[in-house]
Design a protein around this ligand. Structure first.
Ligand SMILES: Cc1cc2nc3c(=O)[nH]c(=O)nc-3n(C[C@H](O)[C@H](O)[C@H](O)COP(=O)(O)OP(=O)(O)OC[C@H]3O[C@@H](n4cnc5c(N)ncnc54)[C@H](O)[C@@H]3O)c2cc1C
Length: 367
């Protein structure tokens, strides 16, 4: 089949990687505001208190799916370094909250083989593991978390997909004619059997002109990148209370963030003042971080549905038009699995998750 994918973030790049193996695929992306490129990279859904069970199944499945994705990528000869499993620390000021969260994660261990270990870590052990660390309470340590460089992973997936013949076009596109037999990408005047819209927060702009209502709104996110001369492979992924996560990436880079700014629409300007509180929380925990420069601010746009749930699959009245959006602040965790599931749906294969848990029809309707 001839397939177009619009949007080369985490979902679109993964879908492109799998679909290119059996189909003639073109991927369009204008690279503007992509959430994946700006993401902090935390993969650690097991301590979430969100009650939405379909979301948890997707997030837990997504965190575990990374192993398959890396193995499939390795078969094309690409050994990516974009995914690093990490010792992870969670901070909660109230001891009861620590106990509650440990209990939640321990219960989840049955369906989460990635979690080998969850325990409390006292300050002296914290200090021994990370000498620059200053904190005087117990925290939770697990071995299950991971840090992902979304941009690098997408580049590796696209390199893998190109070996199967994927074409990537660096352009902003819109849909022209949508019929049951073909969908035309306007700017290219190319006709496709199937089109997959993995355009994140920009899904409404692709559908509104075709009389669809789309329940998606943008949220601005910013984070700071500090360039240290530390061996960041030895530093844990640290999740304090609030927005100031400390995320060690490769080559001495530590990401601090991220903000969740509603009411900013699709604004992509950097606003250092929004990061001031987040940075001071990080400096209080790791004072030596303040000796290094913030050498980059990353900005991206998350996509949220009004009930904060992700959705994917074909649009109910248009079987050749697929969408995925609403991944919110956990799309690096859920995105690869969503991309894989979309490819399975298009190939007519059995899906791992029940697609009716992520119903497109709840978020997209005809005017
Ligand atoms: C600051 C920040 C921190 C985050 N941290 C984490 C984290 O730690 N862990 C986690 O799990 N998640 C995190 N997320 C969330 C995660 O990044 C997103 O949910 C996920 O990347 C969304 O992927 P996507 O493929 O749906 O969309 P995107 O990555 O936004 O990709 C959509 C792409 O479509 C393109 N596009 C849109 N319209 C068109 C068009 N008309 N023509 C051509 N191209 C188009 C865009 O340019 C973009 O490249 C974070 C997000 C932000 C912003």
């Amino acid at each position: 089949m001839k397939i177009a994918i619009i949007g080369a973030g985490m979902v679109g790049s993964t879908a492109a990687f799998y679909l290119s193996q059996d189909h003639d695929v073109t991927l369009y992306d204008d690279g503007h505001g992509q959430a994946t490129k700006a993401a902090a990279g935390i993969i650690c859904p097991w301590f979430s208190k969100r009650r939405n069970k379909p979301w948890y199944r997707l997030a837990n499945g997504g965190a575990h799916f990374y192993r398959d994705l890396l193995a499939d990528l390795a078969e094309t000869g690409i050994e990516t370094t974009a995914y690093q499993q990490k010792t992870t620390w969670l901070l909660k000021k109230k001891p009861k909250l620590i106990d509650d969260l440990m209990a939640i994660a321990q219960k989840r261990q049955v369906d989460a083989p990635l979690i080998q270990e969850i325990h409390k870590l006292s300050p002296s052990y914290q200090q021994a593991a990370f000498p620059a660390w200053r904190y005087d309470g117990d925290l939770i340590q697990t071995d299950a978390g991971a840090v992902v460089d979304g941009q690098a992973l997408c580049q590796d997936l696209l390199a893998g997909a190109r070996t199967f013949g994927l074409r990537v076009k660096d352009m902003k596109v819109s849909l022209d004619k949508i019929s049951d037999h073909e969908i035309i990408v306007k700017e290219d005047q190319e006709s496709y059997d199937i089109v997959v819209l993995t355009s994140g927060a920009w899904l409404p702009s692709l559908l509104i002109g075709h009389d669809y209502q789309v329940d998606i709104r943008p949220q601005k996110g910013q984070l700071a990148v500090i360039q240290t001369d530390w061996d960041t492979s030895q530093i844990p992924l640290i999740m304090p209370e609030g927005e100031g996560d400390i995320i060690p990436h490769l080559d001495g880079k530590i990401f601090i963030g991220a903000t969740h700014e509603d009411e900013k629409g699709y604004d992509l300007s950097t606003e250092p003042s929004q990061l001031a509180d987040i940075l001071s929380t990080a400096y209080a925990l790791v004072p030596e971080l303040a000796d290094f420069p913030v050498n980059e601010l990353k900005v991206g746009t998350r996509a949220y549905a009004s009930d904060y749930a992700p959705f994917y699959g074909p649009i109910p009245d248009q079987a050749n038009l697929y969408v995925a959006s609403g991944l919110g602040s956990s799309g690096l965790t859920t995105g690869p699995l969503i991309g894989r599931e979309l490819a399975r749906m298009i190939n007519g294969e059995a899906t791992k998750l029940d697609p009716s848990d992520y119903p497109v029809g709840n978020y997209i309707s005809r005017d």
